[in-house]
Design a protein around this ligand. Sequence first.
Ligand SMILES: *[C@@H]1O[C@H](CO)[C@@H](O)[C@H](O)[C@H]1NC(C)=O
Ligand SMILES: *[C@@H]1O[C@H](CO)[C@@H](O)[C@H](O)[C@H]1NC(C)=O
Ligand SMILES: *[C@@H]1O[C@H](CO)[C@@H](O)[C@H](O)[C@H]1NC(C)=O
Ligand SMILES: *[C@@H]1O[C@H](CO)[C@@H](O)[C@H](O)[C@H]1NC(C)=O
Ligand SMILES: *[C@@H]1O[C@H](CO)[C@@H](O)[C@H](O)[C@H]1NC(C)=O
Ligand SMILES: *[C@@H]1O[C@H](CO)[C@@H](O)[C@H](O)[C@H]1NC(C)=O
Ligand SMILES: *[C@@H]1O[C@H](CO)[C@@H](O)[C@H](O)[C@H]1NC(C)=O
Ligand SMILES: *[C@@H]1O[C@H](CO)[C@@H](O)[C@H](O)[C@H]1NC(C)=O
Ligand SMILES: *[C@@H]1O[C@H](CO)[C@@H](O)[C@H](O)[C@H]1NC(C)=O
Ligand SMILES: *[C@@H]1O[C@H](CO)[C@@H](O)[C@H](O)[C@H]1NC(C)=O
Ligand SMILES: *[C@@H]1O[C@H](CO)[C@@H](O)[C@H](O)[C@H]1NC(C)=O
Ligand SMILES: *[C@@H]1O[C@H](CO)[C@@H](O)[C@H](O)[C@H]1NC(C)=O
Length: 809
Amino acid sequence: MATHSRLIATFTFLAGSVAAQVDYLQYVNVLIGSEGPYPGQAFGGGDIFVGGAVPFGVAKVGIDTYEDNVTLSTLNGGYTPQGRVTAISMMHESGTGGPAKYGVVAQMPLTTVDAPVNILDNSTYWQRRVGNDTAQVGYFKTELESGVTVELSGARHSGIMQYTYPQGSEKHVLVDVSHYLPDENGGSAVQVFLGGQIDLQPGGKIYTGYGIWGGGWNEGAPFTVFFCGEFEKAPDQAQTFRGRNTDPMQRYHAFSNEPYQQAMFGNLTEASGPLNDRIGAVFTWSNTSSTTVRSRVGISFISADKACAFKNAEIKSWDLNDTVQAAVHEWNADVFSKIQVPTDAPQNRTNLVLLYSSLYFMHLMPSDRTGENPLWQSSEPSWDDFYTAWDIFRCTTTLYQILQPSYYESMIRALIDIWRWEGYMPDGRSGNYNGLVQGGSNADNILADAYVRGLRGNVNWTAGYQAMLKDAEVQPYNTFSFTDPSASVKEGRGALNDWIPLGYVSSDRSTRAVSRTVEYALNDFALAQVAKDLAPGDVEKYMNRSAQWQNLWVHDFTSLNFTGFLAPRLANGTFNLTDYNPALCGGCEWQDISYEATPFEYSFTIPHDMQTLIDFMGGEQAFEERLDYIFQANTSQQNLGANGAAINTIMNIGNEPDFATPYGYHYINKQAKSVERTRQLANTYFHDAPFGVPGNSDAGALNSWLIWQMLGLYPVVTQTTILIGSPWFSDINMTVNGNRTLRITATGLDNADSYYVQSVKVNGQPWTKNWLDHADVMVEGGSIEFELGSEMTAWATGEVPPSPGHLVL
Ligand SMILES: *[C@@H]1O[C@H](CO)[C@@H](O)[C@H](O)[C@H]1NC(C)=O
Ligand SMILES: *[C@@H]1O[C@H](CO)[C@@H](O)[C@H](O)[C@H]1NC(C)=O
Ligand SMILES: *[C@@H]1O[C@H](CO)[C@@H](O)[C@H](O)[C@H]1NC(C)=O
Ligand SMILES: *[C@@H]1O[C@H](CO)[C@@H](O)[C@H](O)[C@H]1NC(C)=O
Ligand SMILES: *[C@@H]1O[C@H](CO)[C@@H](O)[C@H](O)[C@H]1NC(C)=O
Ligand SMILES: *[C@@H]1O[C@H](CO)[C@@H](O)[C@H](O)[C@H]1NC(C)=O
Ligand SMILES: *[C@@H]1O[C@H](CO)[C@@H](O)[C@H](O)[C@H]1NC(C)=O
Ligand SMILES: *[C@@H]1O[C@H](CO)[C@@H](O)[C@H](O)[C@H]1NC(C)=O
Ligand SMILES: *[C@@H]1O[C@H](CO)[C@@H](O)[C@H](O)[C@H]1NC(C)=O
Ligand SMILES: *[C@@H]1O[C@H](CO)[C@@H](O)[C@H](O)[C@H]1NC(C)=O
Ligand SMILES: *[C@@H]1O[C@H](CO)[C@@H](O)[C@H](O)[C@H]1NC(C)=O
Ligand SMILES: *[C@@H]1O[C@H](CO)[C@@H](O)[C@H](O)[C@H]1NC(C)=O
């Protein structure tokens, strides 16, 4: 049972707040991330979803497109700026890398179904678009070259579509149950359609059924989505169809490259599977002069009846605007109004757009599937589309805890319930299936972060700690994935067989040895943090293991005049320094020595023991010089492809491992330099523009990093520490912990360069540390008063942020 309430009515605006009347929608650009460095192309962009959705909704209703110039992940969100439309579908991810997942439960408006159109061959009916799309919170509109205008909106488990056909044209809607988002490059992680059913009610006004799909980036098992579609007016003709499935299905099915045949038309029902025909239906309106066809569709993981019930309950009227307004209301009440800033002049409008758009993008995923778990019976909430913990543990989930405590408690309970019923918490999870694990078992970090910051509620922490212990102690079965056949990529820690006996992940027996060593160390620190309360006898063990990153440290290895680096080590104990350059990583892929960042970058990411790290790097001055170096232009030696879009410094804000790195200066009490660097990164790479995030937005991870910048704060994950930065607004009222207010004010923000901290007060007290504790302001609320100016000052003279994992092996 979910303890949180989704009822908008329970929300009360902050008393006396003028900002509560603000229409935040004008400040949300839902297209930030829709393009990459090449204007008009999604290539290298944020891979975002664009369409109708509510916060953490199950349905994300939008167009599926195909763009020629693709990378693996270009089509993931469905939307591309100029791609050809193949369908309007009900489920999408947002911002994820890797091959596509979802794009299922589809409709497509057609003005003809006669040759050359073949309904089994999407390339005979896909549509370029004309004019510019209109995309807003809860609303999307586009015009197809056929002349059909598509408008849509989304509710929690349902969507509404409105098609306006050209005067006099034929009016058809194709429902291809076998449709899904493609991955034209093929490979082992493509999705597959495995079967389904479609039933038309007599007259064809309502159709129900289900589809089964599998595969996709997380190499997921088949999942079933039931659907219930309804048209406002009964069609004049409705026919089911079936046709041979010619799609190659890795490891399942014959690879047939025969040309598409013609569909065979049936009558009221069509069923298929497993691994059998494609199925669908065509609906036609011929006896009406109206040019508009409206449809509402519900989805469920449990039954078609539930899908119908969602459709009826969530979309009560045929006026599309009603659904739009309901979505807008929910976004305003549950998301945007939680951070209130001045909106009147001279406020910089760009900053307002960056703030509210970022809030939007970090609330599209994961999906709250409470009551919709088909796999086991449980009273716990159910969530899916963790895509992935690796991306969101660093600063996104802490923000969920602060801004969305009831949703977040529900999410944590769902993570633990997955362990209870399936054996492991997920790192990635989608389509009700765990996978993929990019590094450590980072749900551990999420749980520890929630625990130390005080989340209790109805979370069973005894079970939570057991779930963490499973990650720390039990090697998962090898999945023999083509992605990396050396160990499990599904869940848990695939290299425990190195980590436990050797004290590090070796480079000859395991892949991603350097990055997994660093991540496993933090995971074990996470266990130690929770064990302090729940299993004091375990603390020493996990503290010791949290220091095992030191076993990969080569104290006398020098690169670019910097001495002391993480380096690959063989299982026999000998470091392999042959041709070793820590600024390179092969391709930073699954079977390389480090993942999505170089060992040079990972050598900075020891948040639990910065004290030892600074010592190992040669002390404060050497540490500072090394930090300075990675921000210099043209220092990057590794080509990260689309993952490093347009970034030529070693510091890569486009990828999560480096998120906290610019805050390294805090640990040598040079807070002003952290502010300088983070401003520089935010201003250079984040824009109110289609190419407005540096690469995949990663389920909003990049967007949440920006929100922290704007608040002038940054969390240290798995600890209660919050680092002090420099806010972008003169006044911020933030609703924290459900109903408390944290007010952050700043004077001196009068010109563009005036953002260095001169002084800080916390809850009215002068503050000399460059950090504060979560409980200082995030539990009961409080105040932070900044005095800003254009001079870098050494205002912080107090102790540096703690290194609670300090331990030298
Ligand atoms: C995509 O387009 C860009 C710019 O036109 C080009 O540089 C790049 O090579 C193209 N990529 C692919 C995969 O075709
Ligand atoms: C589409 O948007 C672009 C960029 O804002 C603008 O230049 C162009 O005129 C618009 N086209 C139409 C048809 O509105
Ligand atoms: C078109 O449909 C076929 C058959 O289902 C599928 O293999 C292909 O990926 C689809 N292409 C696009 C661009 O959606
Ligand atoms: C289905 O078949 C029945 C009997 O052959 C026929 O009366 C009915 O009109 C058909 N329905 C549709 C939607 O074509
Ligand atoms: C949609 O509803 C809102 C709020 O009721 C109203 O202001 C707006 O004009 C409506 N838009 C359309 C296109 O009807
Ligand atoms: C923040 O709250 C205070 C106290 O209610 C109010 O005076 C101030 O105007 C608010 N600021 C913003 C930006 O909403
Ligand atoms: C508004 O802020 C953006 C950065 O967020 C900056 O590029 C722009 O110059 C600012 N505009 C004004 C008028 O200050
Ligand atoms: C909490 O989890 C533990 C361990 O799985 C279990 O034994 C206990 O019954 C659970 N407590 C409640 C209240 O469900
Ligand atoms: C040591 O590293 C080099 C360079 O990456 C590699 O070619 C070699 O296979 C490694 N040796 C062992 C024993 O793994
Ligand atoms: C390393 O230091 C030497 C001596 O100071 C200098 O000549 C050289 O340019 C430096 N190399 C790099 C990569 O900074
Ligand atoms: C470990 O293996 C490497 C590569 O086979 C070898 O060069 C090295 O001498 C071995 N070290 C020990 C301690 O046996
Ligand atoms: C905030 O909510 C909690 C829990 O619902 C309640 O106990 C408390 O009284 C509320 N506080 C305020 C200031 O409204």
